[in-house]
Design a protein around this ligand. Structure first.
Ligand SMILES: [Zn+2]
Length: 234
């Protein structure tokens, strides 16, 4: 595996994606771009490049990168920024738009040992996610050996609808999951795994539907108990 060819290239964006980006430097998430020399920059968002240019980090208009080839094309296509003038916080982990990925860059960035495939390290974190079905089964892909994986990912903590069977009676309840353990709401008593029949795939969202939000009330009304209106005397 090569480790790229070191070069100073034009720090000039040519084709830029068009996501709305908020915030300020360093941007955690931004638009990807291809440079005027047609290199796709894998670890620098356009917004961060612009900040570096506007603030005199790259006075000569060049940026030092490692250039990588497309897998099957004899042409350099990817640029991985290594310029010492670029602060670390301006860079992000390699990101590839669309289905194109570059195995060499991922291996170099994550320091994958030579004798391991991308699917054999970091507990499948280096696989590309290609989709998720309605039961929460993730489809993953190893871009190095082209193996497909299906994996059930752990649900995050939160409130779930859980179906229980107790004394041959099935009921749906709300339960809080934390660290893989379910507790019944509101009493927060632990639920035995053996009594759980089914759990909804998705958490119950914190924010309700538009209709539910439209029916929401201020705190003083929420806590008020008593007479609101009396019928007028006739
Ligand atoms: Zn693999």
């Amino acid at each position: 595996m090569s480790s790229g060819v070191r070069a100073f290239v034009e720090a000039k964006a040519h084709v830029i994606s068009t996501c709305g980006v908020r915030g300020e430097f360093p941007f955690e998430r931004g638009n990807y771009f291809t440079s005027s020399e047609k290199y796709y920059f894998v670890n620098l968002w356009y917004e961060n490049l612009k900040h570096l240019l506007d603030n005199g980090y790259l006075e000569d208009g060049k940026i030092e990168v490692l250039l990588f080839k497309h897998l099957d094309v004899d042409k350099f296509g990817y640029a991985y920024v290594v310029d010492e003038r670029v602060p670390k916080e301006a860079l992000h982990e390699p990101y590839f738009c669309g289905i194109r990925t570059n195995v060499e860059i991922i291996r170099m960035h994550h320091k994958v040992p030579d004798d391991k495939c991308l699917c054999e390290v970091d507990e499948y974190k280096l696989l590309t996610t290609s989709g998720r079905d309605d039961k929460g089964l993730d489809r993953l892909w190893c871009c190095q050996c082209d193996t497909r994986f299906e994996m059930q990912m752990q649900r995050r903590d939160g409130v779930y609808r859980v179906q229980l069977e107790e004394d041959s009676l099935r009921t749906w309840v709300l339960a809080w999951q934390e660290g893989g353990e379910f507790k019944r709401i509101p009493c927060m008593t632990a639920i035995e795994d053996s009594s759980i029949v089914k759990i909804d795939v998705e958490r119950i969202y914190n924010t309700g539907t538009g209709e539910q939000q439209g029916n929401s009330i201020p705190l003083d009304k929420f806590r008020f108990t008593g007479l609101i209106r009396s019928a007028p005397k006739k």
